[in-house]
Ligand binder design. Structure first.
Ligand code: PHE
Length: 335
C-alpha cells in the first residue's frame, strides 16, 4: 500500500501542465470523482486497523499535493493570459478600430430645433399618434369632403361611412396636438410639439409614408402676424446661419388664416432650388370656437415644420429613405 501511494505521488509530481487542456486532463486523472485519488481512498477498507492512521495520513498528503499543484497551475495559466505586453510587442502599431455609436441625423436635427425654440421661450408638449377624426380633422376646420380625409392620404385604423366621427387614423400631422393643448391647458400657450406623422403616399426619394414634424403654437392676447414671421426668420437664421436665404409666401391651410409657407434656398451642383420647410399661419377663429377659446379676446399663430426635410438640408442628404434604412455605414458619417 505504501508503495502504491509513493507511485501515485511520483506520477503527480512528474505530470507537466502547460496549458488549459493539460490542466483539465490533470483534474480528470487525479482529482475527479473517478480519478486516481478517489480510487486510492477506496482501498482504505483493506488496510489493517493498526496501520489505518499512518496510511490515512499519507493518502491525505498525496491528495493535498495534487490539489495544490492544480491550483497553482491554474493561477499561472490565468496570469499568462493576462500578461499581454512584453519586450517583443510593437508599441508603434496602430490601435484596432473602435466603433462608437452616433446620434441619428433625425435626432440631431430634432435636438437643434428644440434648443432653438426653448431659447425663444417655448416649452415642449406631445400627443398620441393614433387620433380620432375630431382632433385630426374636424376641430382643425377641415370640411367634411376635404381631400385630405381621403383614403389617398390617410391611414385609417377604423373607418365607418355611417359614423365618420368615429374614425380613427394615424395622425397625418402634429396639428391635433394644438387642439389637445387648447382644450386642456390654460392660456397663454407657447409650445412646440414634436412627433411622428403618417401619410399614405408613394415612397420616393422626397416622400415617405412616415415622417416627423414639429408643431408650434402661441396663443395669447394680441399675438400678431409680425411676431409669427419674426419667429420663423429667427428660427431659419439660428438653424442655418445668419446668411441663410429664405422666403415666405402665401399658402392655404383650413386651420390658419392667413396661411403661409417658408422656403429655404438649397445650393447644389445644378445651381440651387427653393425647398419648403414649414407651413404656418394665424389660428383660424373656427379652430378657437371648436375648443372654446374666446376668438374675440385671443389670437394666435401656429406652424408645422418637417424635421426630415430640415435634416436632409442640414446634413446634405439627398434621399429621405436614407433616414429610415439604418445602414450603419451611413450612420457612421454623423459622428
Ligand atoms: N399641419 C400642416 C401640415 O401638416 C402644417 C401647419 C401647421 C400649417 C400649423 C399651419 C399651421 O402640412
Amino acid at each position: 500500500m505504501i508503495e502504491k501511494i509513493a507511485n501515485l505521488k511520483n506520477e503527480i509530481s512528474s505530470f507537466t501542465i502547460n496549458n488549459n487542456e493539460d490542466l483539465e486532463n490533470f483534474r480528470l486523472e487525479f482529482l475527479s470523482r473517478n480519478g486516481k485519488i478517489q480510487d486510492m481512498f477506496k482501498l482504505m477498507g483493506s488496510v489493517p486497523k493498526e496501520d489505518k492512521a499512518s496510511v490515512g495520513k499519507a493518502m491525505n498528503e498525496v491528495k493535498n499535493l495534487a490539489q495544490n499543484k492544480y491550483d497553482e497551475a491554474k493561477a499561472n495559466l490565468h496570469k499568462k493570459k493576462k500578461k499581454s505586453f512584453g519586450a517583443s510587442d510593437d508599441i508603434s502599431l496602430p490601435m484596432p478600430p473602435r466603433y462608437t455609436g452616433s446620434l441619428h441625423p433625425l435626432t440631431k436635427a430634432l435636438n437643434e430645433i428644440k434648443q432653438i425654440f426653448l431659447r425663444l421661450g417655448f416649452n415642449i408638449a406631445d400627443g398620441p399618434e393614433l387620433e380620432d377624426d375630431f382632433h385630426n380633422f374636424t376641430a382643425l376646420n377641415f370640411p367634411p369632403d376635404h381631400p385630405a380625409r381621403d383614403m389617398q392620404d390617410t391611414f385609417f385604423v377604423r373607418r365607418s361611412d355611417e359614423h365618420p366621427d368615429k374614425n380613427q387614423v394615424l395622425r397625418t400631422h402634429t396639428s391635433p396636438v394644438q387642439i389637445r393643448l387648447m382644450k386642456h391647458k390654460e392660456l397663454p400657450i407657447r409650445s412646440i410639439m414634436p412627433g411622428r406623422v403618417y401619410r399614405n403616399e408613394a415612397v420616393t426619394a422626397k416622400s415617405y409614408f412616415q415622417f416627423n414634424q414639429v408643431e408650434g403654437l402661441y396663443v395669447d392676447e394680441n399675438v400678431t402676424l409680425g411676431e409669427l414671421i419674426e419667429t420663423l426668420v429667427m428660427f431659419a437664421k439660428l438653424m442655418y446661419g445668419s446668411d441663410v436665404k429664405y422666403r415666405v409666401r402665401p399658402s392655404f391651410f383650413p386651420f390658419t388664416e392667413p396661411s403661409m409657407e417658408m422656403d429655404i434656398w438649397w445650393e447644389n451642383e445644378q445651381g440651387g432650388q427653393w425647398l419648403e420647410i414649414l407651413g404656418a399661419g394665424m389660428v383660424d377663429p373656427n379652430v378657437f370656437n371648436a375648443v372654446n377659446v374666446d376668438a374675440e379676446k385671443y389670437t394666435g399663430f401656429a406652424f408645422g415644420m418637417g424635421v426630415d426635410r430640415i435634416a436632409l438640408l442640414r446634413y446634405g442628404i439627398d434621399d429621405i429613405r436614407t433616414l429610415y434604412e439604418n445602414d450603419i455605414r451611413v450612420l457612421q458619417q454623423f459622428k
